[in-house]
Write a protein that binds this ligand. Structure first.
Ligand SMILES: O=C(O)CCC(=O)C(=O)O
Ligand SMILES: [Fe+2]
Length: 267
């Protein structure tokens, strides 16, 4: 795992709201993580959230055909946990943002199947149960991600324009987000093709999306979202387990070490 970041990458992340890390995983690491991800997915059937979260099932809507989405694989697979919750990765997040520590929010594999729908432009943080300008997601290509099969796209600098309002990902209009944020249309989006093993980091308020998969192969990605330590409950359920949700009051710190363990904290 290539965990060093250059000053130019850190500046790019802070200015543009995303950065690429080519060669993040070696070919052996890609093979190991991919096998673990696909193994975990196959044990889940149509269930979308592993390990006790909200009970969601895959159907056949437009959104179900954007990708095969399975969350919190780390809770049922130790290899996924070792990669996605490792302290070296956690340290990279702190280096990028300057935050003191991160907890895992949730992981998710996003497999854009052959002929899969495009991923509409959206922001991530507004889906989650905390509001932060410093949440970060990693997106790791486990197969080459290309313009043909639906690589990621980002709007540079959009994290500085965003607040906590979003477009719904479950409706099919790609550009819905820009009705809320017209200023984001002043900047050209940037495509991010990746080789298997490359990754990107994006801020939870950076506008991003992906094209349709026009090919006969699967576009397999493993992603994980991280929440700054100290973040507080904003009232949104997202995928929180019902019992935990019922115990939370607005403003409570999200500090459940079983559900959202710390991946890195600066001593
Ligand atoms: O993989 C995709 O198509 C979208 C990924 C995404 O939205 C994310 O990682 O936050
Ligand atoms: Fe996203």
């Amino acid at each position: 795992m290539k965990t060093t970041l250059t000053p130019a990458q850190i500046d790019a992340y802070r200015e543009q709201g995303f950065v690429l890390q080519p060669g993040f995983l070696t070919a052996d690491e890609v093979a190991e993580l991919k096998a673990a991800v696909l193994g975990a997915v196959s044990t889940m059937g149509r269930k979308k959230v592993a390990g006790g979260g909200k009970n969601l099932e895959e159907g056949d809507t437009y959104y179900d055909r954007v990708f095969t989405q399975r969350l919190n694989l780390w809770r049922i697979n130790d290899t996924v946990k070792r990669y996605m919750l490792g302290p070296e990765l956690g340290r990279m997040l702190c280096t990028l943002s300057g935050c003191k520590g991160y907890r895992v929010w949730h992981d998710q594999t996003l497999i854009k199947e052959p002929y899969g729908n495009a991923t509409g432009w959206h922001l991530d943080n507004p889906y989650w149960s905390f509001d932060s300008r410093e949440a970060i997601s990693i997106w790791i290509a486990l197969e080459d991600a290309t313009y043909q099969n639906g690589c990621m796209w980002f709007v540079p600098g959009s994290h500085k324009l965003a607040h906590f309002e979003n477009a719904s990902l479950t409706q099919p209009n790609m550009g819905e987000l820009f009705k809320t944020y017209p200023a984001m249309t002043q900047v050209d989006p940037v495509g991010a093709p990746m080789k298997a093993g490359d990754c990107s980091f994006h801020n939870g308020l950076t506008a991003h999306g992906a094209g349709a998969n026009m090919t006969r192969q699967r576009r397999i990605a493993m992603t994980c979202a991280y929440m700054p330590v100290g973040s507080t409950f904003n009232g949104k359920p997202n995928i929180l387990p019902e019992e935990y949700l019922a115990s939370l009051k607005l403003g409570d710190e999200l500090a459940n070490n079983d559900w959202n363990p710390v991946v890195f904290a600066t001593p």
